[in-house]
Design a protein around this ligand. Structure first.
Ligand SMILES: NC(=O)c1ccc[n+]([C@@H]2O[C@H](COP(=O)([O-])OP(=O)(O)OC[C@H]3O[C@@H](n4cnc5c(N)ncnc54)[C@H](O)[C@@H]3O)[C@@H](O)[C@H]2O)c1
Length: 253
């Protein structure tokens, strides 16, 4: 785990939401291996396991249970990160949910739920982290989706929320560039996580999702974590406002 002076995030403090599973969990592990102290945030208590695993490998981490769509919870996870680690350098607003449905089918409740978690959750994460990032400069990474870049079937609220994350990220990037804050988002293609577990068990659906991907494979969590590491580190010091597709070529094909 220890890579000495070559670690890309040595002594940085990273707040990562959606830390119990999938892309968020993998990113917690990778950032910790690169020297970061991790505030692992999730609605699920399983986020505690992510933090414990890091501590067991001699890293530093805390788990904070939070619903990212609730303002009080977001204020609380920012406060907890600050009280444990004294600063915040990196925020990865990654928690999200998927609910299928076309415009004439989706309930208002499901529309609101997806928007509250996927878009308002990212807004709140930015809102309450930015005053602290302003102290030393910092990095915001948001998880959007390929569904926010192209017409995506049967997912009206999900696609709209992720398109919103792309736009929100660009606005944050221009608003805080003079505070030395960089904001970028990742647009994953279909990945193998809990979110897609059920749908990818269906062979017909699996083929439907695989076919448009030139690389002919789904994203693994490490593919997204590696992109997050690039955006979190000084390797991307001249990038802000970017929506980075990590999708095996799907959205360019
Ligand atoms: N898997 C894919 O194919 C795919 C593709 C594009 C984008 N994404 C995006 O990647 C992100 C991570 O998803 P994943 O694929 O790792 O899925 P996942 O289901 O494995 O992980 C999502 C995590 O977010 C947490 N979460 C959900 N709602 C929450 C809330 N209200 N408050 C706090 N935590 C909450 C869940 O408990 C879970 O741990 C999401 O934003 C998702 O939309 C996923």
């Amino acid at each position: 785990m220890i890579r000495g002076d070559k670690m890309l995030l040595k002594d940085k403090v990273a707040v990562i939401t959606g830390a119990a599973s999938g892309f968020g969990k993998e990113t917690c592990n990778l950032f910790a291996a690169e020297g970061a102290k991790i505030a692992a945030v999730d609605y699920s208590e399983e986020g505690a396991i992510t933090a414990e695993d890091i501590i067991n490998k001699n890293g530093e981490a805390i788990f904070v249970r939070a619903d990212v769509s609730k303002e009080e919870d977001v204020k609380n996870y920012i406060d907890e990160a600050l009280s444990k680690f004294d600063k915040i350098d990196i925020v990865f607003n990654n928690a999200g949910i998927f609910v299928p449905g076309k415009a004439d089918e989706l309930s208002i409740e499901d529309w609101d739920k997806v928007m509250d978690i996927n878009l308002k959750g990212v807004f709140l994460g930015c809102k309450y982290a930015i005053p602290h990032l302003k102290d030393n400069g910092g990095v915001i990474i948001n998880t959007a989706s390929a569904a926010g870049l192209i017409g995506f079937p049967d997912s009206i609220s999900y696609a709209a929320s992720k398109g919103g994350v792309v736009s929100l990220t660009r606005s944050v990037a221009v608003d805080y560039v003079n505070d030395n804050i960089r904001a970028n988002c990742i647009c994953p293609g279909t990945g193998r996580t809990r979110m897609t577990e059920e749908v990818l068990q269906n062979e017909q659906m699996k083929e439907m999702f695989l076919n448009p991907i030139p690389m002919k494979r789904f994203a693994q969590p490490i593919d997204i974590a590696n992109a997050a590491l690039f955006l979190a580190s000084d390797l991307s010091s001249y990038l802000t406002g970017v929506a980075l597709p990590v999708d095996g070529g799907w959205t360019m094909a």
